[in-house]
Design a protein around this ligand. Structure first.
Ligand code: NAG
Ligand code: NAG
Length: 167
C-alpha cells in the first residue's frame, strides 16, 4: 500500500507535468498566431525647432499616433510595451534612433487607440543635422507573455521631413 504522502506527491508531480505541458503548448500556439497590427503617425505640428546654445538641434512635435495592436494579444499576453522612435541617418551614424513617446498597454481593450500628443522625450540630435532631415517614425512593440519568451517587432513609417529652417 502506498502511503497518503506518496500519493499526494505523485499527484503533485502529475499536476506540475501537465502545467509545464500546457505552458509549452501555450507558447507554441502563440508562435502560430500571426498578428496583423497596424499604425499611422501623423505630424500635426512642429511646435518649435531650435539650435541649442551648445550646438545640438532640438525639435518639438505634436503627433497623432493611431494604432490597432489588438491582434498582438492572445490569452498568453501579459502586456505590451510600445515606443515611437524617430530614426534617421547622419554622416556620422547610419542609424540614429531617438525615442519620442512610450506606453504600456495592459490589456487588449486598450490596444486600439488614437492619441494626440507632443513628444514625451526630447528629440535632440547629437550634432546639428536636423534641418531638412528626412526621417522615419517607427512604432516598436515588445510583447511580454505570461509564459515563454518575450518578442519584439515594429512598423516603420517613412517619408517625414523636418523644416529647412529653425523656427
Ligand atoms: C488622427 O489620425 C486618425 C487616423 O488617421 C484620424 O482618424 C484622427 O481624426 C486624427 N486625429 C487628429 C487630431 O488629427
Ligand atoms: C527608413 O525607412 C525606409 C523604408 O522602409 C528604409 O529604406 C530606410 O533605411 C529607413 N531609414 C532609417 C534611417 O532607418
Amino acid at each position: 500500500m502506498h502511503s497518503f504522502g506518496y500519493r499526494a506527491n505523485a499527484l503533485l508531480t502529475f499536476a506540475v507535468t501537465i502545467l509545464a505541458l500546457l505552458c509549452t503548448i501555450g507558447s507554441l500556439s502563440d508562435n502560430l498566431n500571426t498578428p496583423s497590427p497596424s499604425a499611422q503617425i501623423e505630424i500635426l505640428n512642429i511646435n518649435w525647432f531650435q539650435k541649442q546654445p551648445h550646438g545640438n538641434d532640438e525639435v518639438s512635435l505634436t503627433l497623432n499616433i493611431t494604432a490597432d495592436l489588438q491582434s498582438l494579444f492572445t490569452w498568453n499576453t501579459k502586456q505590451l510595451f510600445i515606443f515611437v522612435a524617430a530614426e534617421y541617418e547622419t554622416p556620422k551614424n547610419a542609424l540614429n534612433q531617438v525615442s519620442l513617446w512610450d506606453a504600456i498597454i495592459p490589456a487588449k481593450e486598450f490596444a486600439k487607440f488614437s492619441i494626440h500628443t507632443s513628444n514625451k522625450y526630447r528629440f535632440i540630435d547629437q550634432g546639428h543635422s536636423l534641418r531638412g532631415k528626412e526621417f522615419n517614425l517607427t512604432l516598436h512593440w515588445h510583447v511580454m507573455p505570461k509564459t515563454g519568451k518575450m518578442f519584439a517587432n515594429k512598423i516603420v513609417m517613412s517619408g517625414y521631413h523636418l523644416p529647412e529652417d529653425y523656427r
